[in-house]
Design a protein around this ligand. Sequence first.
Ligand code: FAD
Ligand code: SF4
Length: 471
Amino acid sequence: MSKNVYQFIDVKRIDPPKKAIEQRKINFVEIYQPLGTDQSAGQADRCLDCGNPYCEWQCPVHNYIPQWLELVTEGKIFEAADLCHQTNSLPEMCGRVCPQDRLCESACTLNEDFGAVTIGNIEKYITDTAFAQGWKPDLSDVVKVNKRVAVIGAGPAGLSCADVLTRNGIDAVVYDKHAQIGGLLTFGIPSFKLEKDVIQTRREIFEGMGIEFRLNVNVGVDITIDSLSEEYDAVFLALGTYTDMTGGFEHEGAAGVYTALDFLIGNTQNLMKITENAKPFVSFENKKVIVLGGGDTAMDCVRTSIRQSATEVTCAYRRDEANMPGSPREVQNAKEEGVNFQFNIQPLDIAIDKDGKACGVKFVKTQLGVADAKGRRSPEPIAGSEFIMEADAVVIAFGFLPSPPQWMKDAGVEIDKRGLVLAADNSEFALQTTKQNIFAGGDMVLGSDLVVTAVDQGRKAAIGILDFVLS
Ligand code: FAD
Ligand code: SF4
């Protein structure tokens, strides 16, 4: 039977159903139900198979989206999983956490008038289904080249680099200071967006491919970069960015003020029952909480606070909703879960009580001025409009700055004035640093960004490393 070319009109876009709001507000589990087989095939069949698919180009790893959508309509899940893995080392994670409304789905031809194809959820469906049915990567053609590479950091960049190296016959040994792989996938991104057993499944797949993990090893403390440089043919650095940006407020150090990463990591480690080298667990149960910032990390903090049974959670942002940097999908999820949003207010300082403890935030109201380089209108304080909003706890979620360790610089790896490692993906050996045998990628090169861009960097660095060690 010939394909119904008007499927995209007859079949409406559907997003996977969300769990009941009462459950969502108390559970740290993914909020979306999976799409079923028929739903996924029906949604995949909405794809127009555009001659020059914009979705592919808007996807940072340039996934072969129309091709794997077609395989889904034909029920060929293992073939679709093979194809997903040709361009993406962590498709099950990207399907869950990519801001598709800014990436692939924003570029879908159907987006404006009919609703984009639900690309991310089908990517998740393909990989989850294939894994459940026992899919494994086929490495039968791989010829070992007798080279070894040390990967430092088991976040998405390091894991993706190790994946591509292994598929090209290189032995990859991944070091991480934590006892679990995943980096921010494990400790930063809350489990209501990405459950942690997804990462465990991925670990089993990677170990099955022969990737070795040496965990609980803090490079620069337990082992030196020089000894790794000596032992391996090349080294890949993927350490991430871990310095919280501050507001510069006079009372920022007061008790009751927390940084986003410490709060989120402490919460996840508590849920995972990790106690060794763990961040302190902070509970906002029965507390009135203000989260400062309007990005995706702020959304993770407000939604975590709700699940911890805070009495009231407010997100305070200095522009309006249209000018928020975060994904509209996450803002909507936060609203549904009961977060109160206050726009056009800029924090001036933390208000403290007589014991020096935070008891609120002093704000000034703002109006929006001209657009900045990124197109976002800048907030201008309105004189005389200062006020204090009461709170028991304040979380600062203003983003992250690079955190390059001294040992890296001592090893000859240059950084720029912002603290980012100098490594270009279009140099002779992609993502080579100023030290010949050392490569770098992910957030420490790009600045705090996305899982999928870290995946892309790890994969590109692996090609650069291959070219280098085989040259
Ligand atoms: P990381 O994931 O940070 O991994 C770095 C690894 O290096 C860590 O495992 C660390 O332990 C290890 N390491 C560091 N120093 C050493 C050392 N000396 N020795 C050994 N190991 C070391 N992106 C999205 O696409 N979607 C989201 O929904 C999303 N949500 C986010 C929520 C939060 C709260 C945060 C903070 C980030 C979020 N991001 C999201 C961004 C995304 O997680 C990062 O861009 C991505 O993880 C960066 O990958 P990476 O591999 O460069 O670094
Ligand atoms: Fe879309 Fe991300 Fe998947 Fe690319 S990796 S197709 S951007 S969900």
